[in-house]
Design a protein around this ligand. Structure first.
Ligand SMILES: [Zn+2]
Length: 423
């Protein structure tokens, strides 16, 4: 298969830096038996970085393998740290950006938690429509102010909106410009619709060498520059891209450009034009990149350094497990994408970890995709020798919970040598 052009800027200058064969296609699917969990569909990761715009993508991604139906469970709102993050975002949109009236559309609303937080804000008089094929619940809530469509947001279902929020969706889309152009077309030609996108930051993953942040569902990973470029190319004026949630996520804001009377031609720029545009967007749209030194792609880059260090990282976890497992049961904390990816990399045959602890009751007593590790409630930590925590943002709350449960389990942060990152 010939290497694919960059889905954001069309450059042919892309470089493969990470290959993993036969990884589970879903990280947030729940299974009733270990056998079913191990029989999950598998696909390949062939991560490439674009030398022109620094977009990172899985060139081997096959959309036919994934299924975001009702069995998909990715709620993180049982975590106080994540809840606080959502509250902050809702307040930023309503009071910081003055979104108090009109219609909000949320693309990929999950179980509707964020949308309900927005509408429950005391200063928000908006109504809202949430789109998600995995939505489960009543079609209307809050006296009809919140409505839900159990479907993808696509040209057939799109509705006009004054504000669009789209959190943690675009990284699942192999042709992200298609999604952005659908949103741009859906909100109406006259422009002015405010848009807010949240997505993981590829640069944070690469700089901090976080192996469990590369997994099948996330086929499209952005840097601040490549996200701004993608939005501009789809017809949005980008007003800012910044890092949030300890630097792990990008938060992009923009406004739909006025497309009337005629839509602008879709230019196919040469590579230099793209590089100039990325540099331009970096100057006008957002604060200076938080990471100094090497670039994301190319010679001596963060992507190449990531590739060379992956082997060392694996040896490091191996050493951690070899040292801790003889002392008693060792659990991973959090059956989200990071924990699932770690277990599949570090304990594929379930010989070392006793299971995975998760605070979400909907995940407990189910089994982990790919490996079949049991997912257990937090009180399992009482007899544990150690727990591994993959997201530094949750370390404090995990430590507090362990203490509260009277456990003496050691809390291990396998990212301990990670570089600082925020902006
Ligand atoms: Zn590119």
């Amino acid at each position: 298969m010939p290497p694919k052009n960059c889905p954001v800027c069309d450059s042919m200058n892309t470089e493969r830096f990470l290959v993993r064969r036969g990884v589970p296609v879903h990280q947030n699917m729940l299974f009733d038996t270990p056998e079913a969990a191990r029989a999950i569909a598998r696909g390949d990761l062939e991560m490439r970085v674009c030398g022109a715009c620094e977009f990172v993508f899985n060139a081997a991604f096959d959309p036919a393998l994934v299924d975001y139906g009702p069995a998909y469970e990715n709620s993180q709102d049982c975590s106080p740290a994540f809840n606080a993050h959502l509250d902050e975002l809702a307040d930023h949109i309503v009071t910081g950006r003055g979104i108090r009236t009109g219609r909000i559309v949320e693309i990929g609303c999950g179980k509707g938690m964020f949308l309900r937080k927005l509408l429950a804000h005391p200063e928000c008089a908006c109504d809202a429509i949430g789109f998600d094929p995995a939505y489960i619940g009543p079609a209307e809530l809050m006296g009809g102010r919140a409505r839900f469509v159990t479907d993808f947001y696509n040209p057939a279902t799109a509705v006009p909106a004054d504000t669009v929020t789209c959190r943690h969706v675009i990284e699942h889309i192999p042709e992200p410009l298609d999604l952005l152009r659908t949103v741009r077309a859906g909100v109406g030609a006259s422009g002015g619709t405010r848009v807010f996108f949240e997505t993981p930051c590829a640069e944070w993953i690469l700089r901090n060498r976080v192996p469990w942040d590369f997994f099948y569902e996330h086929c499209s990973l952005f840097t601040a520059g490549s996200l701004a470029l993608a939005m501009e190319r789809a017809g949005f004026a980008v007003t800012g891209v910044r890092h949030i949630f300890g630097g792990q996520y990008l938060w992009a804001e923009g406004e739909a450009k006025n497309l009337s009377p005629q839509p602008p031609p879709l230019r196919r720029e040469g590579e230099n034009a793209i590089e100039n545009q990325v540099a331009y967007l970096a100057r006008v749209s957002f604060a200076p990149p938080p990471f100094l030194g090497e670039g994301v792609g190319g010679r001596g880059s963060a992507a190449r350094a990531f590739a060379t260090e992956e082997r060392e990282r694996r040896a490091h976890w191996d050493a951690i497990l070899t040292e801790t497992c003889p002392r008693g049961p060792v659990f991973a904390w959090g059956a989200g994408a990071k924990g699932v990816t770690f277990c599949n990399l570090a304990d594929p045959n379930r010989t070392r970890l006793a299971g995975v602890i998760d605070v979400n009751p909907a995940k407990q007593n189910k089994f982990l995709p790919g490996t079949g590790h049991p997912i257990v409630p937090p009180n399992a930590v009482r007899d544990a020798a150690a727990v591994l925590v993959f997201n530094p943002n949750y370390l404090a709350e995990v430590r507090a919970m362990i203490e509260q449960l009277g456990s003496r389990a050691e809390v291990i942060d396998p990212m301990q040598e990670a570089a600082p990152c925020s902006s």
